[in-house]
Design a protein around this ligand. Structure first.
Ligand code: CU
Ligand code: ZN
Length: 491
């Protein structure tokens, strides 16, 4: 019987981190059936001379829970070679849900048509729309807390705590890979360490993970790392530190200290991994970063507006630039932007990260790649939404030679698949799911910029998701072959 698809003469980088080799890959019924020498013919034959064939990339840090409903074609990820991602990060997940209820302003994990209550329901809603890529979920603390306690700044009662625990347990039982926090954001930041430990404990029976946007990424970075380590250790689970950085110029360079702390914890027996995005700017809902009584003017000078539903002319502009045009000082500009009628939906980008810290992170073998892209396509999203994976390959591997290509591919494939429990994925290996990317290592690069961010990358010839060609030479085929993945289960 001929294979469905045969990719011939590729330079195969199999995701293990081992050296590349020349060969063919045959795919049938969604799976890789031959690696090396594919005899016979395929239903579709592709000559891949000069191109690299690797496992599909895994975006370990996505906020696409709602995007799977709004944009099931997931073009901005698929075009990067992303075939799977982990959603529900930073404490913000689309489960648990109560149809019709609004949990937090500007919460992109939500969707108006959200008719589910739990992970099974959410997965069914996604599958009905034929998603382009695979999705693994974390259950988010901020959502769980908003569901049970609302937005109040107080500790949980014993009854509330056990109700929250039940939500986490249910998500884990239904196949989430772990529990995420966003302890910098409301309402997660109202929680003490004890609350987070109790909720994370519900992951332990499943061997799930604690993934965290830590309580502080700037002046108190090391204290926050300590808290994260304590939480994972107390709960008896592995730790994943999201978008590891040292924010703010005076803290630049300190990722070295926090990586050293992570290494020590590993020696003491705790399993720790991290991810980063390859950009010097972060991004998120602006109101979450601002105390209107005490506006941080220094911070605000480094802020760009991505989406402002009530005044789209502000999009793509820096705060000082807007202030100059309007005749406002920096603090006044922040106040005005946030007090537009839909001010709580304003998304901003802040330039707070050191380039050298990105390189330090990329050199660490525990560091994976997570876009942290915020899928608001109405404005000008941070370019990481469209450019993350090809930017690592083009800028940090080819141009700056920070890490070898084989190693970068390992960090984008087998490492995250193992860590986040994407069973049967992450390697070019017989019997594995055929999630594949074919790209030109000499030309692959991101083209999305801060001013013009909705640009798909170049140099990616083909993306295969569960055996179906999902994107070819930049054209999206609409194959809709993605799946909803459950932790450590074949799907
Ligand atoms: Cu995030
Ligand atoms: Zn975050």
């Amino acid at each position: 019987m001929p294979a469905d698809l045969v990719i011939r003469n590729a330079r195969i980088i199999d995701g293990s981190g081992g050296p590349s080799f020349q060969g063919d890959v045959a795919v049938t019924d969604g799976r890789i059936v031959a690696v090396g020498n594919a005899a016979g013919t395929g239903g579709r034959e592709v000559d891949a001379r000069g191109q690299v064939l690797s496992p599909g990339f895994v975006d370990t840090h996505s906020h696409d829970d709602g995007a799977f409903i709004r944009y099931p074609g997931m073009e901005f990820k698929l075009a990067q070679g992303v075939t799977s991602e982990v959603s529900g990060n930073c404490g913000s997940s689309t489960i648990p849900n109560e149809p019709g209820r609004k949990f937090m302003p500007g919460d992109l994990a939500s969707s108006k048509s959200a008719n589910w209550t739990d992970l099974n329901g959410y997965f069914a809603a996604c599958m009905a729309l034929k998603p382009a890529i695979n999705n693994m979920m974390l259950v988010g603390h901020n959502r769980v807390r908003a569901y049970v306690i609302g937005r109040e700044d107080r500790q949980a009662t014993a009854a509330e705590l056990s109700e929250m625990r039940a939500h986490v347990a249910k998500a884990m039982e239904q196949g989430a890979c772990g529990f995420s926090t966003g302890l910098i954001y409301e309402p997660g930041r109202f929680a003490n360490t004890h609350e987070v430990v109790s909720l994370a404990e519900e992951c332990a029976p499943y061997g799930g993970l604690y993934a965290t946007h830590m309580r502080n990424e700037g002046d108190k970075l090391l204290e926050a790392v300590e808290e994260a380590l304590t939480i994972a250790r107390s709960a008896g689970i592995g730790l994943h530190i999201s978008h590891h950085k040292a924010a703010g110029k005076r803290n630049w360079g300190r990722v070295k200290e926090s990586l050293a702390r992570v290494h020590r914890a590993e020696e003491e027996g705790l399993s720790v991994t991290l991810d980063i995005y390859p950009y010097t700017a972060g991004s998120g809902p602006m109101w979450q970063y601002v105390n209107l009584e005490r506006i941080d003017v220094e911070w605000a000078t480094h802020v760009m507006i991505n989406s402002c539903p009530d005044d789209t002319t502000l999009e793509g502009k820096m705060i000082p630039e807007i202030g100059e045009e309007k005749g406002w000082d920096v603090a006044e500009t922040v106040r005005r932007v946030l007090s537009t009628p839909r001010g709580q939906n304003v998304i901003c980008t802040h330039f707070i990260i050191d380039e050298t810290d990105i390189e330090t992170n990329l050199r660490d073998p525990r560091v994976m790649i997570g876009s942290d892209g915020i899928p608001d396509l109405n404005g000008r999203p941070h370019p990481r939404l469209f450019g993350t994976m090809p930017r690592v390959l083009g800028e940090y591997v080819r141009e700056r030679k920070i890490l070898p290509l084989e190693e970068a591919i390992r960090r984008m494939t087998s490492l995250p698949c193992e860590r986040f429990g994407l069973a049967g994925r992450g390697l070019v290996k017989e019997g594995y799911w055929a999630d594949l990317v074919l790209f030109d290592p000499l030309t692959v690069r991101d083209t999305a910029t801060y001013k013009d961010p909705k640009q798909e990358p170049v140099g990616i010839a083909m993306v295969v998701v569960n055996g179906a060609i999902a994107c070819e030479n930049g054209a999206h085929t609409g194959a809709g072959s993605g799946r909803m993945l459950r932790y450590r289960q074949e799907a």
